[in-house]
Each structure stands twice: as C-alpha cells, then as structure tokens.
Design a protein around this ligand. Structure first.
Ligand code: ADP
Length: 271
C-alpha cells in the first residue's frame, strides 16, 4: 500500500513553440501515515506533479500508482484513485460553491455513492475534525471568515475519506493561528494513517515536519531523502531562493524529533 511515482516526465504543449518540459524522470513514494514534502522554486514542477497524483493528468512517460492502481487505467479505476487521493489546490476556498456548509461537505460523499446516513455522519465528522461547530451547518460558506473558509474547503475533501491528501501551499494567506491549526489538523490525519503530500516553498517547515522530502529544480529531482539527508545535500548544493533556516534552529527542530544533524554548516550559504 503506497502512492508510487516512477520516472515521471511531462511536457506541456509538445511539438509547439509553447513546449515546456515540466517534469523529467521524477520518482518518489508516499506511504500511509507518512508526511512527504515537495519543495522547490516556482515553476519547478510541483503543481504538475500534484495533478498526476490523483490522475488529473495521465503520465506521458513513467508511472504513477496508488495502492497498486495505475493512473493510466479505465475510468472506473480512475474514480477509485480520485477517492483515495484528495487534492487541495492553492486557495481552495475559491472553489466553494454550495449554499450551505452541509451541502458543501455532503457533495463528495454523495458523489462517491455513500448512503444518506453515512453521508450525514461523514459531514459531521469532517466538520468536527476541522474544529467547526455543528451550528454552522446551515450557514452559507460565503459568510465565514477566510480561515474558516479554508477549513471548510479542506473538510470537504476529508469528508470523502481519502487515504492520501495532497495539499498545494495550504497555509498561504493564513495568519499564524490559522497555520498552527491547519498543521495540527494534518498531524491528526497523519496519525490516523492518512499519507500527507505537502507542497511548499518553505524548506524549514518541510524539514521540521516531513519523514521524507523531494526537492525539485526545473522539473528534475535535486534531492530525495530524510530531513538529515536533505540537510547534508544542502551543504553541498546551491539552494538559492528557498527558505533557508539558521542551522541551530534547524538542529533544534530535528533534535525535538529525536534526530541529529551535522553541525558543519557553512554559514555563508545563509547570506
Ligand atoms: P510549480 O508548481 O513548482 O510552480 P508548475 O508545475 O506549475 O510548477 O510548472 C512547471 C513548469 O510548467 C513551468 O515552467 C510552468 O510555466 C509550466 N506550466 C505549468 N502549467 C502549465 C500549463 N497549463 N501550460 C503550459 N505550461 C505550464
């Protein structure tokens, strides 16, 4: 059981003047209950990769499989893959559409064919898991605060019961409290066995949270490994533009998680 990407390549508009190679032979793996971060500059291929993970884009070359189901399959299999892999786009609240929270959260479970009692149960569970009260069920999502809308958008994905959750910069635009709440929620889901694929340009967050990190650069794998391995890599490679935390803070994060980090960092690299 895992989400596996093998030698995935993708070119937009092949054979035209607009041709852009977005991914080149990228591989990584996400296990249930694991947190993997995808980091890299804007344009490094993170979103293109994310869209492959729930079969929105079929592989042109290479392979993506979810618990053994290939994303290049018949529609019935693709439907199962899309239930298994929940995708939370950037600013997901912009996609809220229903007249009430209840309708918004029920849409996914109904679409997957769950019976009405289970739909209701899933709606209530998803609402509780993002810390919103039942009294809001009849409210229009449009009447909520920005942070609440974000939580509703994520709850609407959680309501379908995904085994893997792929989130593209989910904390963008949230205040410090909103960020903390969201990270706490993702930690809870992870502890229940959901695999988290977290797309960010914040390397510090990735280093402190992830079991493994994939660093993309111009569509290619720059590094893939544990936070310690990535730190080792960072010492020998240029990572211009990424958020580079001071090494002691980094060491502190890692030590909190029972890890050690080599303290031979070249401070000049942080300038
Ligand atoms: P990231 O999420 O890391 O910012 P993207 O996956 O969005 O990276 O983009 C990777 C490359 O593919 C970039 O060069 C980008 O301009 C290009 N690209 C992304 N989406 C499209 C598209 N729909 N059509 C053409 N080119 C695209």
């Amino acid at each position: 059981m895992s989400l596996v990407v093998e030698n995935l390549s993708h070119t937009y508009h092949p054979g035209t003047p607009l041709e852009t190679q977005a991914l080149q032979r990228v591989s990584f793996r996400l296990e249930p209950g694991q947190w993997v971060s995808l980091v890299g500059h804007t344009g490094s291929g993170k979103s293109t990769l994310a869209q492959h993970l729930n079969a929105l884009i079929p592989p042109q070359s290479g392979k993506v499989s979810v618990d053994g189901l290939d994303t290049q399959s018949a529609p019935k299999i693709l439907r199962e893959i899309r239930r298994k892999v929940g995708l939370v786009f950037q600013f997901p609240e912009q996609q809220l559409f229903a007249e009430s929270l209840e309708e918004e959260l029920a849409f996914g479970p109904r679409n997957w064919g769950f019976p009405p009692e289970e739909v209701r149960e899933r709606v209530l569970r998803a609402l509780a898991s993002v810390g919103l009260p039942v009294s809001l069920l009849e409210t229009s999502p449009l009447n909520l605060s920005g942070g609440q809308k974000r939580r509703v958008a994520i709850a609407s994905v959680i309501a379908s019961g995904p085994d893997y959750l792929v989130l593209d910069e989910p904390t963008a635009g949230l205040d410090a409290r909103g960020v903390e709440e969201l990270l706490h929620l993702l930690g809870t889901l992870q502890s229940r066995g959901v695999g988290i694929c977290y797309i960010t340009h914040d390397l510090e967050l990735a280093l402190s949270r992830s079991e493994r990190i994939l660093v993309l650069q111009e569509g290619k794998t720059l590094s893939w490994g544990t936070p310690e391995e990535i730190v080792q890599e960072l010492q020998s490679r240029e990572m211009e533009g990424l958020v580079l935390p001071p090494i002691l803070e980094l060491a502190h994060h890692l030590r909190d998680r029972g890890r050690s980090v080599p303290l031979t960092w070249d401070w000049n690299r942080l300038a």
